[in-house]
Design a protein around this ligand. Structure first.
Ligand code: PLP
Length: 304
């Protein structure tokens, strides 16, 4: 089974991503300890949470001997980028359904995806909105027989166990884990194995996400009875992949002060939200916090 040996090579032995302590005057002032888990350094091409989310989806595709994997994303999608890279490593055909935007058809993200052999199909925004409708999914299944169809962002129940493995890598106990949230799969995966003494707080990077908590519970139903997590919905900066110029400057300054790379779509937005909430006194003195850097640095190439 050469495909499985490629999968094992991609995922084993699983080296933990680096974890480092961050220093900043505001942390000192509020008596907080902050670490960062550098999932942006998990893999040179399949960075961050997508490497974790795809782990058991890819294994399923291989064990089912799927003809390929089909998924959905925007023109700068980290998920499609990661899926294309993984497909290339596993000799597994991949197909990306890309939300319109003709002007971005030749951006670096899709350029990489094409180079790794991903077939791309462009649809307009109206069609893209139908990405969860059975009628369209059935049509895609007919047109691409034997393909495993994976939702946008790779968020499906099979994504959870790969994310849950992150807990085993932590080098010390923390009181709270903080991460950016879009489709909710990473948060759901963390909740599926949350230690009783560690809370999880997600910063939404999309606007108008009153549905997000419910979506997390759809992916991981036990989250509905779990009091140990919450979402911050007011730090989206105007919407997905939007970031006010002043915030972009503050994020760049934070990245410089903390000595870590941040992009303005996910990690930067969540880090800015965290620092604003620290300033507002939301985090009790003495807390030990861990920020999950979910990767995504590739998507920042010209995205804003
Ligand atoms: C996809 C992505 C997220 C969001 O993860 P979800 O599981 O969709 O909530 C966060 N950060 C980065 C860098 C991503 O690419």
């Amino acid at each position: 089974m050469s495909e499985f040996s490629a999968w094992k090579k991609l995922y084993q032995p699983q080296r933990p991503s680096p974890q480092q302590r961050l220093f900043h005057p505001l942390l000192e002032q509020h008596a907080l300890a902050l670490w960062i888990k550098r999932d942006d350094q998990l893999h040179p091409r399949i960075s961050g949470n997508k490497w974790r989310k795809l782990k058991y989806i890819l294994r399923q595709a291989l064990s089912e001997q799927a003809s390929g994997v089909l998924s959905f994303g925007g023109a700068y999608s980290n998920h499609l980028h990661a899926l294309a890279a993984a497909g290339h490593e596993l000799s597994l055909p991949t197909l990306g359904i890309v939300r319109g935007e003709p002007h971005s058809r030749h951006n670096p993200t899709l350029g990489d995806a094409r180079r790794w052999g991903m077939a791309l199909e462009f649809v307009d925004r109206q069609q893209y909105r139908r990405r969860q409708e059975p009628a369209w999914l059935n049509e895609l299944a007919r047109r691409y027989p034997g393909f495993l169809i994976v939702p946008e962002g790779g968020s499906c129940p099979q994504a959870l166990p790969g994310v849950a493995e992150l807990w085993q890598e932590l080098s010390q106990e923390v009181d709270e884990v903080i991460l950016p949230v879009a489709s909710g799969g990473t948060l759901a995966g963390l909740l599926s194995a949350r230690p009783a003494t560690t809370r999880v707080r997600g910063y939404a990077v999309l606007k108008g996400t009153s549905w997000l908590a419910e979506e997390v519970c759809r992916l991981y139903p036990a989250a509905g009875q779990d009091p140990g997590w919450q979402l911050e919905l007011d730090h989206h900066g105007g919407g997905y992949a939007r970031c006010p110029v002043a915030d972009q400057a503050t994020i760049a300054e934070l990245a410089e002060q903390l000595g870590i790379p941040l992009e303005p779509i996910y990690s930067g937005k969540a880090m800015l939200g965290l620092f604003r909430d620290i300033e507002a006194g939301l985090y009790p003195a003495g807390s030990r916090l861990l920020f999950l850097h979910t990767g995504g640095l590739q998507g920042a190439r010209g995205a804003l």
